[in-house]
Ligand binder design. Structure first.
Ligand SMILES: Cc1ncc(COP(=O)(O)O)c(C=O)c1O
Length: 415
């Protein structure tokens, strides 16, 4: 049977994610991985989870409820926690505006289904989160890419994308995956102004917002839009839909994320989720709510401390060892350092060599570019490695890059 001919257009449009394919390789414990953007399991609040499960046993009704079907919108106490946390003076969010999803990835899936048709023009940053490109790609949109610099989206490039009639912008303003950039407040305000001038929906993905290592990020686009529109106006006139997740601050296997949206769109997303999976795990929502309601800030402070030190170690090692043919970022939060090699170098080729000779993995950047490009870029994650591995890995990678670069500059010497 030739299954390839039988697939729907959506199924034909979906491509294997380079990252997921790479993660398969990482079952090999001898590989030092800077590839996955995953939290360090050693930092999971396991004792707290055990305590919560034990407490549930002494609350038989809630314990049974945790194993029962529940409503699509999500567990109300958790929805209320999200609403309280993300309300601002100008935009009071109620639990009716919150849908709990199976991770932020499902929020993106539902939003893509609700808002994107074939050939719909949508704006994404160059580079942007591969998982979003993967799901948007199944809708076969017309990608209009927006250039970035060390401060994220460049406003001039955004304006020219909006002038092409885009329907929505997908953006990760805080410590972006993969580039690590944070968009400063003045640019955020400009993004809101332009969205209203051109009537463009904004999908704001806050996956890494809490993981700041220098200073807290500026107000979110959701909050700034509230200020722009005036008190209570977001509910009628808001264009910002915010997506969040417990994956980076608590544990990804909870598969708990959320969407905050005005009611008209939220109702549609609820219908889509209902047809998709009925609801997210009741038990996991209860656990997430308990973990979020007490001690969360202390836990996240610990993450900031550990990841922040790993960020410093990686950036210091890059400063010490990386040859001049590579430039790199110093992210103020998140999990990623973004590297740009000399124009004529190819990060996919480099990865093959790094795996073969150094047993070292990272993610080549091209997959994060919606319309191609970025072959000379790659992403390093510092979240799961200790200092020794970070220094050793960066040193070996730098030597490899230096060798590859010299080979390109002086090919004869090496033949
Ligand atoms: C920017 C961004 N958004 C969303 C997700 C998906 O997260 P979740 O585990 O909540 O589905 C990720 C995961 O890596 C991410 O980096």
């Amino acid at each position: 049977m030739n299954w390839k001919d039988k697939f729907s257009l959506d199924a034909k449009a979906i491509k294997a994610s380079d990252i997921r394919e790479l993660l398969k390789l990482l079952d090999d414990p001898s590989i030092l991985s800077f590839a996955g953007g995953i939290p360090d399991p050693a930092l999971f609040p396991m004792n707290k989870v055990a305590e919560i499960r034990k407490n549930l046993e002494s609350h038989p009704d809630l314990n049974r409820q945790s194993m029962q079907y529940s409503k699509t919108e999500g567990y109300n106490p958790l929805r209320q926690w999200v609403a309280d946390k993300y309300s601002s003076a100008e935009t009071e969010i109620s639990q009716e505006n919150v849908l709990i999803t199976n991770g932020a990835q499902q929020s993106l899936t539902l939003l893509a289904t609700a808002l994107i048709d074939a050939a719909t023009p949508i704006a994404v940053a160059n580079p942007t989160y591969l998982g979003a490109l993967q799901i948007f790609g199944t809708r076969r949109p017309n990608y209009i890419t927006v250039d970035t610099d060390e401060n994220g989206i460049i406003i001039k490039s955004l304006k020219s994308a909006f002038q092409k009639g885009v329907k929505l912008l997908y953006t990760i303003p805080d410590f972006q995956n993969p580039g690590g950039m944070i968009i400063p407040e003045d640019r955020r305000k400009k993004i809101i102004e332009l969205a209203h001038e051109f009537d463009v929906i904004i999908l704001e993905d806050t996956a890494y917002r809490e993981l700041y290592y220098d200073a807290p990020p500026p107000p979110s686009l959701l909050t700034l839009e509230g200020q722009f529109l005036g008190e209570g106006q977001w509910h009628q006139a808001g264009l910002v839909i915010q997506i969040g997740t417990a994956s980076k601050t608590l544990m990804p296997a909870l598969r708990v994320g959320w969407t905050i949206a005005p009611l008209d769109i939220l109702e549609k997303l609820v219908m889509l989720k209902q047809s998709n999976d009925l609801h997210s795990s009741t038990l996991n929502q209860i656990i997430t709510h308990e973990l979020s309601s007490s001690g969360l800030e202390t836990h996240i402070d610990k993450l900031r401390d550990v990841y922040g030190r790993r960020r410093d170690t990686m950036v210091d090692a890059l400063r010490s060892y990386m040859p001049n043919c590579a430039t790199f970022s110093r992210p103020a939060g998140g999990m990623f350092v973004w590297i740009t090699l000399a124009e004529d170098m190819d990060a996919s080729e480099l990865l093959q060599k790094a795996l073969a000779t150094e047993k070292l993995a990272f993610v080549p950047g091209a997959a994060f570019f919606a319309n191609g490009g970025g072959e000379n870029t790659f992403r390093l994650s510092f979240s799961t490695c200790d200092d020794k591995d970070i220094i050793d890995g960066v040193r070996r990678l730098s030597t490899l890059i230096q060798r590859e670069h010299l080979q390109k500059v002086h090919p004869k010497q090496w033949s």
